[in-house]
Design a protein around this ligand. Structure first.
Ligand code: VG1
Ligand code: CO
Length: 543
């Protein structure tokens, strides 16, 4: 195969965000845009020659074409073997699993996760390293620096690779292995959870609905839940990965998965409901008449981990992103294990997991995972819940209420202000940084401020620093407000406001969440002068 070096102009906007490079499809379709970014990745990976690369995506618009380009570039850049999910399909957690299992050098995931797909929506590229996890910041910054100076990329002229049939083919020096996207992942799940107990639960008439939201998890959920565990056919809905996700926003939350929520709240609803996002790393957990916040879900999994065979030996520690509620901290304290607080984004958990400091990790944004992979894992969380339900034979609601009674409840919500002018959003944040200096000692929404700062993190393993990770205002009664800007959007800026309040008294655990957090929300909006600066009196999305 002939290698060509194509001259190119660098782009100045290829800085990866919280989770890879995400842009509008139209931007990715500019000549050389994808090629430049992929070359910048390869140029930033010393020692990749002769190695194996894993490649797959969530099936969104442009997935298949991008795969063909990347295969030809991988060949031209000296990779020896490339492993591709059949049809170009691999969920984010499956990529992590395949990299680890087959000791690949790394992997490329084509996804913009929960962002909408289609010709007018979003596309994304993310590089994962040899531990199966997202590239750490030092690497994403190296890739970015390279992309700003790139003058050429390497590509082979080759025929289109058949990615729809499992098997291995040679293209010059490159071996292309098309693999079943589900197989390795399903095997890993079977090693972690008690599939017999879960099958017995389904056999007893337990009913579940899983909304794959037309994203990548459909084939995984159908194989595992319906085929291996015996859930009734039709348990998985919206189970075919579609290039435009059927026009929906594939984000599992109370707003975008509202039909599922309505089902669970209906008169003859199933016992258990779950959903996952476009690339399969997020999860939403529902019981009849109850939504389990992701922060509570993490705490409940931690408290009950010993039930699952894969975690029978106990947890070495837990980790949560800073804006995630402190529910899991209480469990860690009770278990006598450390709880780490990291910046937002799964890349910050990698070192802790590799060093054996944490077993479970989670984020408030519907992300939960463990040391079985180096990505958050939607279906894994669902199977964990099923394992607990199978062992305890209690309702989801009972499990959650018992948990609150034991540990107290963290009322929690996130208010997003989307599509803001980026300059206004940046100004709001810089003003907030100044305001934090004056807040301690003052009163905010009935609470006195005990501390306020701009979160910074020093990685306990390699000492790397991450600054400006969110302004937090800590108050009495464990109330808290956090402000940060999203790093995954493709249009304008999104300000996220995270609200939290702790309630020990179990007689006050059944109150309305938004009402309970109303005063804090109002205070947050006043402190940031949101109405004045953004013209918004309400958030655009509450989750
Ligand atoms: C959001 C979430 C963050 C998550 C990230 C990637 O980032 O807040 O917790 O890790 O998405 O998730 P941001 O910067 O927009 O707040 V996914 O499922 O989109 O890969
Ligand atoms: Co995702």
């Amino acid at each position: 195969m002939q290698v060509t070096i194509v001259a190119t102009q660098p782009f100045q906007d290829q800085r990866p965000g919280t989770s890879g490079l995400r842009k509008k499809v139209s931007e990715f379709l500019q000549p050389h845009y994808l090629e430049n970014f992929v070359q910048s990745i390869f140029d930033s990976l010393p020692g990749h020659e002769g190695q194996t690369l894993v490649l797959g995506g969530d099936g969104r618009f442009h997935n298949r074409e991008a795969i063909q380009t990347i295969v030809r570039m991988a060949a031209a850049n000296g990779f020896r073997r490339i492993m591709i999910g059949r049809g170009g399909i691999l969920s984010t957690p499956a990529v992590s699993c395949v990299i680890r299992k087959h000791r690949a050098f790394g992997g490329i995931i084509l996804s913009a996760s929960h962002n909408p797909g289609g010709s007018h929506a979003d596309f994304g590229v993310k590089y994962n390293v040899g531990n199966g996890g997202p590239a750490p910041e030092v690497l994403t910054e190296t890739i970015y620096a390279r992309s700003k100076a790139l003058t050429g990329f390497r590509i082979c002229s080759a025929d289109t690779v058949d990615i729809d049939r499992v098997g291995e083919t040679r293209y010059g020096d490159l071996s292309v292995a098309v693999i079943d996207p589900v197989c390795d992942y399903a095997e890993l799940m079977a090693s972690l959870f008690d599939f017999d107990a879960i099958a017995a639960l389904f056999a007893s008439g337990f009913r579940m609905r899983f909304d794959a939201m037309n994203g990548v998890t459909g084939p995984y959920a159908k194989e595992i839940l319906e085929h291996r565990l015996g859930a009734s056919p039709g348990t998985v809905i919206r189970g075919e990965p579609l290039a435009d996700f059927g026009g929906i926003h594939p984000d599992p939350n109370l707003v975008y998965a509202r039909e599922l929520v309505a089902d669970l709240n209906g008169p003859d609803g199933p016992d258990f409901g779950a959903a996952s996002d476009g690339d399969g790393d997020r999860n939403m957990i529902l019981g009849r008449q109850i939504f389990v916040t992701p922060s509570d879900s993490l705490a409940i999994l931690a408290a009950n981990a010993g039930i699952a065979p894969g975690y029978r030996d106990g947890l070495v520690g837990v980790a949560r992103s800073m804006p995630t509620s402190r529910a899991v901290d209480y469990v860690a304290r009770a278990l006598g294990i450390p709880c780490f607080e990291t910046p937002t984004g799964w890349k910050f958990f990698g070192n802790l997991l590799d060093a054996g400091k944490a077993t479970l990790c989670g984020e408030e944004s519907f992300g939960t995972g463990s040391n079985h992979a180096r990505e958050k894992d939607g279906l894994w969380a669902v199977l964990f819940w099923l394992n607990i339900l199978a062992a305890q034979r209690k309702s989801v609601e009972r499990i959650v209420r018992d948990h609150w009674r034991q540990y107290g409840r963290h009322y929690y919500a996130r208010h997003d202000y989307e599509g803001l002018d980026p300059r206004v959003a940046a100004a709001v944040m810089s003003e907030l940084r100044k305001v934090t200096l004056t807040l301690p000692g003052r009163n905010v929404a009935r609470h006195s401020v005990t501390a306020a700062d701009d979160f910074r993190y020093t990685d306990p393993i390699d000492g790397s620093e991450a600054e400006h990770q969110g302004v937090r205002i800590l108050m009495s009664e464990e109330a808290r407000i956090v402000f940060r800007l999203s790093g995954t959007g493709t249009f304008g800026a999104t300000l996220r406001v995270y609200l939290e309040r702790y309630e020990r008294d179990h007689l006050r655990h059944g109150l309305d969440v938004q009402a309970e957090l109303g005063e804090l929300a109002q205070a947050a909006s006043q402190i940031a002068r949101l109405a004045e600066r953004t013209g918004r009196s309400e958030p655009s999305l509450v989750t």
